[in-house]
Design a protein around this ligand. Structure first.
Ligand SMILES: *Cc1c(COP(=O)(O)O)cnc(C)c1O
Length: 384
């Protein structure tokens, strides 16, 4: 068997409770999904505002396909850059308060492209230890020197920044940590960047659309504006569609257009997606009621999951992880919930550190208070 070593590695994963498998949804993304013919109440999408199946977005996508066809047919620099892409970039830049923006096909690709284009051999990247996997891969790809600081530990970051280095300095952080739900102390990080002449890349995958006035994201949440901040927002989570964008000074965007491989050497995303995203941006801007409802659900969940053998991690965002510890226990709880018709993902290493397996509960404005109550009661039942 030529692939025996691969099978062995998979078997080993399975024995450790670490084998990953996909589940196939038979219904659109929403709190109520069907998997293997069975209905579930789901708490594991990143569709924070419930826009993924919103009729306005579906209509905009249909209209966009009517007008612009199904595919872009080329990379942006060849003949794949369409009017809706361009309009969307301008709207996104204005929305997050930056001079310019650039669309990427996914957040993963945006992160790879930005870091690879802006730093290289002889430069240094400073990164939070709990940053998203795409940022970790991005810095490896860049060939810059890597310095990782303990999660949100500003003293550690300051110490690393103070060390003698040559070349450019780039600090990289998630704004909302994807597996923990807590926020990076962006004002403190920016102050350190200013003090040490570093640039700051903020990955706002989980803040864009949700945090700040009108959902403008983490920079708005903290009231931060600085030319040294390079902002990355994704469009497949709260925005409900697909893709990502980087917003920054014009010279940074021009550099990415010329040097970010994951921008230059890939087919542009379908212009119809940009049409749908323009509608999504309108819904986000006018989505104060959705964000208030989401906030109320967060408060309700945290109050309801008090006094369990497991603790909710400190988080005020829609990401509410219940820290369980052991992989097997996390799987058991996730399985127990599933038997009760509730879908919550068990997150295990290497996505999170050893011994910190967790149920990653994510809330959406599409949930009702009754949905959240059902989850609370099921978790208490499992605890007994
Ligand atoms: C989801 C995510 C990404 C990747 O974005 P995609 O558009 O899904 O590729 C990047 N960073 C963080 C923090 C994320 O959670």
């Amino acid at each position: 068997m030529i692939f025996a070593a691969l099978q062995q590695a998979l078997d080993q994963r399975a024995a450790q409770g670490l084998l990953r498998q996909r589940r196939t949804l038979e219904t659109p993304q929403s709190p109520h999904i069907v998997v293997d013919g069975k209905p579930y109440l789901s708490f594991c999408s990143n569709d924070y505002l419930g826009l993924a199946s919103h009729p306005h977005l579906v209509a905009a996508l249909q209209q966009g396909a009517q007008q612009w066809g199904a595919g872009a047919g080329a990379a942006h620099l060849v003949s794949g850059h369409f009017a809706p892409h361009h309009t969307l970039e301008q709207r996104l830049a204005a929305f997050v308060g930056k001079p310019a923006a650039l669309l990427f096909s996914t957040g993963f690709m945006a992160n790879l492209g930005v870091v690879q284009a802006l730093v290289g051999k002889g430069d240094t990247v400073f990164a939070d230890k709990l940053n998203h996997a795409s940022l970790n891969d991005a810095m490896q790809l860049s060939r810059a020197e890597l310095k990782r600081y303990r999660h949100n530990d500003m003293a550690h970051l300051a110490q690393l920044l103070a060390q003698e280095t040559q070349g450019r300095k780039l600090v990289i952080t998630d704004a909302v940590f994807s597996m923990d739900g807590d926020l990076a102390p962006l004002p403190e990080i920016l102050a350190l960047c200013e003090q040490h002449g570093a640039w700051l890349l903020v990955d706002d995958a989980h803040g864009f659309g949700v945090l700040g006035a009108q959902g403008r994201g983490s920079l708005a949440h903290f009231g931060l504006a600085s030319p040294r901040i390079i902002y990355m927002g994704t469009l497949g989570k709260a925005a409900g569609v697909s893709g990502a964008f980087v917003a920054a000074e014009q010279v940074v965007i021009d550099t990415l257009v010329n040097a970010a491989h994951s921008y230059v050497y890939t087919t542009a995303s379908p212009p119809a997606l940009a049409v749908a995203l323009l509608e999504s941006l309108r819904l986000i801007e006018q989505g104060e009621a959705l964000r208030e409802h989401l906030q109320a659900l967060i408060v309700q969940l945290r109050a309801g999951l008090h006094g369990l053998p497991w603790q909710l991690m400190p988080s005020d965002t829609a990401i509410q992880p219940l820290l369980v510890g052991e992989n097997e226990l996390a799987l058991e709880l996730s399985g127990g919930l599933r038997e009760r018709g509730i879908w919550v993902a068990a997150i295990r290493p290497p996505t999170v550190p050893q011994g910190t397996a967790r149920l990653r509960i994510t809330l959406s404005a599409a949930h009702t208070a009754a949905d959240v109550n059902q989850l609370i009661e099921a978790v208490h039942e499992l605890a007994r």
